[in-house]
Design a binder for this molecule. Structure first.
Ligand SMILES: *Cc1c(COP(=O)(O)O)cnc(C)c1O
Length: 420
């Protein structure tokens, strides 16, 4: 199946007289005929369902759809994108370990990596995307367990050189984890370029309608966890009656460890109803992404012509820093544009407050056009230095282009520009 078809059909195939639409299985638990049957499920939880803290049929249908879209062997949904990023790291790092992350990533992920994981004894080593091969090699330590980056960074909108960072990670015997939130598998499939694990905030384009927060982890099934660096995936897990994930589950070792160990213990699984809504978003993902890309390119070109705008960042614009990498990795540059308005913070706020159609909200990738001022909103907890490292300036506005008629969007922008 091609993407458009997978969006509609992957993950759920009704049999004779079953519901056309994936049903909402609103139940915490599942009934068995005998104690032996229940015991057997505990012995191998992949065989059947135990409890909706780790698996639920509605959520599983969505997991299968997303795994199919990304080209992975399995996926696990989480209650937020933050939970997906957290578990993707905790699944392979423990206290005393480190991992490498590109510095241009989502502000919430910076908090998680730089502060909260540090408290748990896990060090995040931030690297610049333009660092030389030698500088990147030198960033690795003997305890480094992963490399992390975003396909299209939020909000810097730089494009990750996935092959380069996959090769680097593999040279050091660790996986590349890619946050593919902004591109979605419709515009980029990181696994095709060597990524081992893909994570998403499904709250953005996948849901698409600003309905519910969620996340997902996808396992490519390609990484060799038995290379000596990941004993926790290979050696018996005493919390799971001595099971070895790689020996028992082969290619599915990473994603099943995440489910059976971390999801069991942290319990950040989405509700069936949330997964049902996410599935509705996914059904139209392919069609929506095309329109986001079209509208955003037109808006980016419009901003580019305005003398009130100091700079426009959109990887779909020729000459943009991400344009060449975008041509290689992306089928479209997605719907988010960063602009820096001349006159700094004040001018940016004036522009935003004059918009009528575009709403001022802490979100991107809504079906409706929306705007955000990173320096005073999402990234306000970061220091000036961290802001710079994330590629954020005081006059920067993040403009998330929606699916309204393009002429209505442009008219609104004109109102904003006049108010500066
Ligand atoms: C929003 C976002 C997250 C966090 O996701 P939530 O669903 O809000 O927890 C992570 N990564 C990126 C790139 C995001 O845009």
């Amino acid at each position: 199946m091609k993407d458009e078809t997978k969006c509609l059909h992957a993950g759920y195939t009704p049999k004779n007289a079953e519901p056309r639409v994936v049903p909402i299985v609103q139940s915490t638990t599942y009934v068995y005929d005998s104690t032996d049957d229940v015991a057997a499920v505990f012995d191998d939880p992949t065989k059947s369902l135990i409890y909706s803290r780790f698996a639920n049929p509605t959520v599983m249908a969505v997991e299968e759809k997303i795994a199919a879209l990304e080209g992975g062997v399995g996926a696990m949904c989480t209650s937020s994108g933050q939970a997906a990023s957290l578990l993707s790291i905790l699944n392979i790092c423990r206290a005393g370990d480190s991992f490498i992350s590109l510095s241009e990533i989502y502000g919430g992920t910076v908090n998680l990596f730089a502060f909260t994981l540090k408290k748990l004894g896990i060090e995040c080593i931030f690297v610049d995307k333009n660092a030389t091969d030698e500088e990147l090699d030198n960033a690795f330590k003997p305890n480094t367990k992963a490399v992390f980056g975003e396909t299209i960074a939020n909000p810097a909108l730089s494009v990750l050189d996935i092959e380069r960072f996959a090769n680097l990670a593999h040279k050091h015997g660790v996986p590349l984890i890619v946050d593919n939130t902004f591109a979605t598998p419709v515009l980029c499939k990181p696994i095709d370029f060597g990524a081992d694990i893909v994570v998403h905030s499904t709250s953005k384009y996948m849901d698409g309608h600003a309905l519910q927060v969620g996340g997902v982890i996808v396992d490519s099934g390609k990484f060799n966890w038995e290379n000596g660096n990941f004993p926790e995936l290979v050696e018996p897990d005493e919390s799971y009656h001595g099971l070895s994930y790689t020996k028992t589950y082969g290619k599915m070792a990473y994603i099943l460890k995440a489910r059976m160990q971390l999801m069991r213990d942290f319990g950040v699984y989405p509700a069936a109803h949330s997964a049902f809504l996410l599935n509705l978003g996914l059904e139209t993902l392919s069609v929506r992404m095309q329109r986001y890309c079209e509208n955003a390119l037109t808006v980016a070109e419009y901003f580019k012509k305005s003398d009130k705008i100091e700079s426009v960042t959109y990887p779909g614009l020729p000459g943009d820093a991400g344009y060449e990498l975008g041509k290689k990795y992306l089928k479209g540059a997605s719907g988010v544009i960063s602009i820096v308005i001349k006159g700094g913070r004040k001018a940016a706020v004036r522009f935003m407050d004059a918009l009528e159609l575009a709403s001022n909200e802490v979100h991107v990738a809504d079906i409706r056009t929306c705007v955000l001022h990173p320096a005073s909103e999402t990234h306000r907890q970061l220091t000036e230095e961290q802001l710079k490292a994330c590629g954020i300036e005081a006059g920067m506005v993040r403009f998330s282009v929606g699916l309204e008629n393009i002429n209505d969007i442009l008219e609104d922008i004109e109102k904003g520009l006049k108010a500066i």
